[in-house]
Design a protein. Structure first.
Length: 427
């Protein structure tokens, strides 16, 4: 079913809303704030009726967003949370009170937003300049948060910052997790170019939180931006002291939680309640980020999909492995730095099982295996089917080993999705 053949929005089910959104992805990505502003205006959301925390950065955005939301919720605030991408359902992107939006509410909000988008599309001089999938999701999330009268919403940017749809909200608290070289086609060729695009979301008088270990060029630009905008700049430490309690595993998650605590403190305008921090640390989860599935062998799922993400993952692996053998199932998209990503994975993996996730942008399994061999991999296996790749890795690792699946969020979705499902995971 495509969007021209869809049932009237009021009659949609949650599954039909998901199919519409998936079809809308094929219309592509187009930067700019005009469409989202028009869309929000049609939805009577030209002024967002709740304060927001805006998360930008290269890696760690989804984790940090969920952690901030959990902290604010534990401090008694009804909190909305908008993240991307998702693993299995678009509903995962829109959360209130640490729960995914209910299927019936999702269908209602997508239908309402699609109707508004149709009005915007008809008013555009260029018929091809249609409201994008991400703009629809952003508007649907904000509409749901307004309907549910949240006290605050934590919003993750999709790509960049300056022209990302989420920059239409205007936030009093902004978080820059980190800056690395990714999406250079859209954001610019250097860390400096990319940092400028992300820091463009900082409004006059805002509070800007930056993550620990920020690239020196990005940190200098953050300081410059804060000075120009009269913003307060806060650099988070490496650990908020909740490391032993943190349910989300991985050293990088401790850093993300430290950033989240600073952002929650800025949002609340005062010190955090220690018990609330402990409760949030014990309960917050981030699907697909250092997610451990018990078994023999243990299965570790991590959606690291760029060089920085793989670095953070690999830095955390020795502590988790404790000498156990590691077999890695990997799929990487063709616009990523596969060489750098594989080089780190080769260092720690006894065997790399190379596969290809469902995305049309996935590198062929044989290409990955050839590249891994050139990088000194001890052993490689080519298995194009992700589920068969996981089965091979499980047999190679044995009951005492560890199987890691990584390289793309699409790969994790392929492995977790019910084979009978007809709705694909998508960014």
């Amino acid at each position: 079913m495509n969007d021209r053949q869809a049932k009237p929005p009021a009659a949609w089910t949650s599954d039909e809303a998901e199919r519409f959104l998936l079809a809308r992805e094929h219309f592509g990505m187009r930067f700019g704030l005009d469409r989202i502003r028009r869309l929000l205006n049609v939805l009577d959301l030209s002024t967002i009726p709740f304060p927001t925390v805006h998360i930008v950065g290269t890696n760690g955005k989804s984790s940090t967003t969920r952690m901030i939301a959990a902290l604010l919720e534990r401090h008694g605030l009804r909190t909305g949370c908008f993240t991307s991408p998702h693993l299995l359902s678009y509903r995962e992107r829109i959360r209130i009170g640490e729960r995914d939006i209910a299927p019936e509410r999702f269908a209602v909000q997508v239908a309402r937003t699609v109707h508004a988008a149709d009005l915007v599309d008809r008013s555009q001089a260029d018929a091809a300049d249609r409201v994008t999938q991400f703009e629809l999701l952003t508007a649907a999330a904000l509409s749901e948060f307004a309907t549910e009268a949240v006290d605050v919403a934590v919003i993750e940017a999709g790509l960049g910052g300056r022209y990302d749809a989420t920059n239409a909200i205007g936030s009093g608290v902004v978080v820059l997790t980190n800056v690395g070289l990714e999406h250079t086609r859209y954001l610019g060729p250097t860390v400096g170019h990319i940092a400028r695009e992300k820091l463009a979301v900082v409004r006059p008088g805002a509070t800007l939180i930056v993550g620990p270990g920020l690239d020196p060029v990005a940190l200098e630009l953050a300081e410059q931006t804060a000075a120009e905008q009269g913003a307060t700049l806060i650099q988070a430490g490496d650990d908020a002291g909740a490391g032993p309690l943190l349910r989300a595993l991985g050293a990088y998650q401790r850093r993300n939680f430290a950033v989240a605590c600073e952002a929650a403190r800025a949002s609340l305008g005062g010190e955090l309640d220690p018990q609330a921090v402990r409760d949030a640390a014990r309960t917050v989860t981030v699907p697909g980020r250092f997610e451990v599935r018990d078994g023999e062998p243990a299965l570790l799922l991590d959606g690291a999909h760029n060089a920085g993400g793989v670095d953070a993952l690999c830095d955390s692996l020795p502590e988790f492995l404790r000498g156990r053998d590691l077999v890695t199932v990997v799929s990487i998209l063709d616009d990523k730095d596969a060489t750098t990503m594989l080089a780190r994975l080769v260092e720690l993996s006894g065997t790399l099982v190379c596969t290809a996730c469902a995305s049309p942008r996935a590198l062929p399994a044989a290409t990955l295996a050839s590249l891994a061999a050139q990088l000194g991999a001890r052993a490689t296996v080519v298995e194009p089917d992700p589920r068969a790749a996981l089965e091979s890795a499980t047999q190679i690792a044995g009951k005492d080993g560890v199987v890691l699946a990584t390289g793309s969020i699409y790969l994790l979705a392929d492995l977790l999705r019910d084979p009978r499902a007809t709705i694909a995971s998508a960014f």
